[in-house]
Write a protein that binds this ligand. Structure first.
Ligand SMILES: Cc1cc2nc3c(=O)[nH]c(=O)nc-3n(C[C@H](O)[C@H](O)[C@H](O)COP(=O)(O)O)c2cc1C
Length: 160
């Protein structure tokens, strides 16, 4: 089974998650949508789509990829993941950003957690992260959720 992982990432978390998924699955091609939008996705049996969440929204490149390939994705095995800082909102992010028709027939969709490193931010993003950090409950550390990653991998492995 040929697997394609497509993702966009601003500060590397989604990229890292895509890499972890890739290392744990067989016959995988990983594509960063920032570099390539024109992959022929029809040759893959299963597609994994990953995006970070910013200001409640998925990355524009992921959004464009989904719009462009909507008809194909409807008839494919597809799994989705997001990386976000406020995981309690994850369902809402899916409802607001992904077509219901695709989610209804997804293999799985989940949050794999996120990171908020001030050092990795530039310009306006740095300002936002500083602002948000003041309000973050220090006990609720923002990090990648290994348990969710493992669950995601297991779910994809079940698909033949
Ligand atoms: C400017 C900015 C806005 C963000 N907005 C949200 C948000 O609305 N909801 C959320 O849960 N996380 C938000 N985050 C956290 C990101 O989703 C998190 O940092 C994620 O790990 C980024 O993934 P990436 O490194 O692949 O870009 C925001 C982060 C930044 C820098």
């Amino acid at each position: 089974m040929r697997i394609l992982i497509v993702y966009a990432s601003r500060t590397g978390t989604t990229e890292r998650c895509a890499g972890i998924l890739g290392q744990n699955l067989k016959d995988v091609t990983i594509i960063n949508l920032i570099a390539a939008q024109n992959e022929d996705i029809d040759k893959y049996d299963l597609i994994i789509i990953g995006s970070p969440i910013r200001m409640g929204m998925i990355d524009k490149r992921v959004k464009d990829f989904i719009s462009k390939n909507f008809e194909l994705l409807k008839n494919k095995k597809v799994a989705y993941f997001i990386c976000c800082g406020f995981n309690e909102n994850w369902k809402q992010y899916y409802e607001q950003n992904f077509p219901k028709e695709l989610l209804d027939k997804a293999i799985t969709y989940d949050t794999l957690g996120g990171e908020m490193n001030l050092e990795k931010q530039k310009g306006f993003d740095k300002f936002i992260v500083k602002l948000v950090s003041k309000n973050i409950d220090r006990n609720k550390e923002i990090k990648i959720m290994n348990e969710n990653i493992n669950k995601f991998i297991e779910r994809v492995k079940e698909i033949k």
